[in-house]
Design a protein around this ligand. Sequence first.
Ligand code: GAR
Length: 196
Amino acid sequence: MSRPRLAVLGSGRGSNFVALQTAILEHRLDAEIVFVASDLPDAAILTRAAEFGLPHLTLPPSPFKTKLSPEGELALVAYLQQHEVEWVVLAGYMRVVKPPLLDAFPNRIVNIHPSLLPAFKGLRAWEQALAAGVTETGCTVHYVNAEIDGGAIIAQERVPVLTGDNSETLHARIQEAEHRLYPAALERLFTSGIQA
Ligand code: GAR
């Protein structure tokens, strides 16, 4: 069987992308990243992709802060199809995915979120956890659908909130868990063929 062909979309540092590509190179994840794309031209994820020698590109600029323009998302869909991408893997991608992409890749878009969903949907989930005073949070790999952070859950890992934690220390501990969880969850998903 040929290896699943992935495109990774991200807006930030790209540490989850690095965890995925490292897992691929270490044969812990049997897949291929076809290209990395970012909505932000100066996002570090693009530099990380270049360091791995992977194709990378900036998505068309959008007049909207929270989403691509409909034309921009259609252009992304065309590019994904042209490159025979099978799975769209969101890794710190901070735009809301809209129908052009959702409809073109049903049950084929996955995301990692820094909380134990359904708790703390939305932005800066680790700060929401701190503000709520919970003793445990975590991260979730889930399918992406029209409801923000509301798609079926694929895998989760728990992370304790420790006395004295601040935004940086808690997010760093959640990210360590993310870097374990995302490659392992995708490997299980691709080998089991389970789809929501
Ligand atoms: C990660 O913690 C990820 O869970 C979060 O952004 C960070 C990206 O880090 N995503 C969300 O909050 C999505 N709602 P990275 O660029 O180093 O992978």
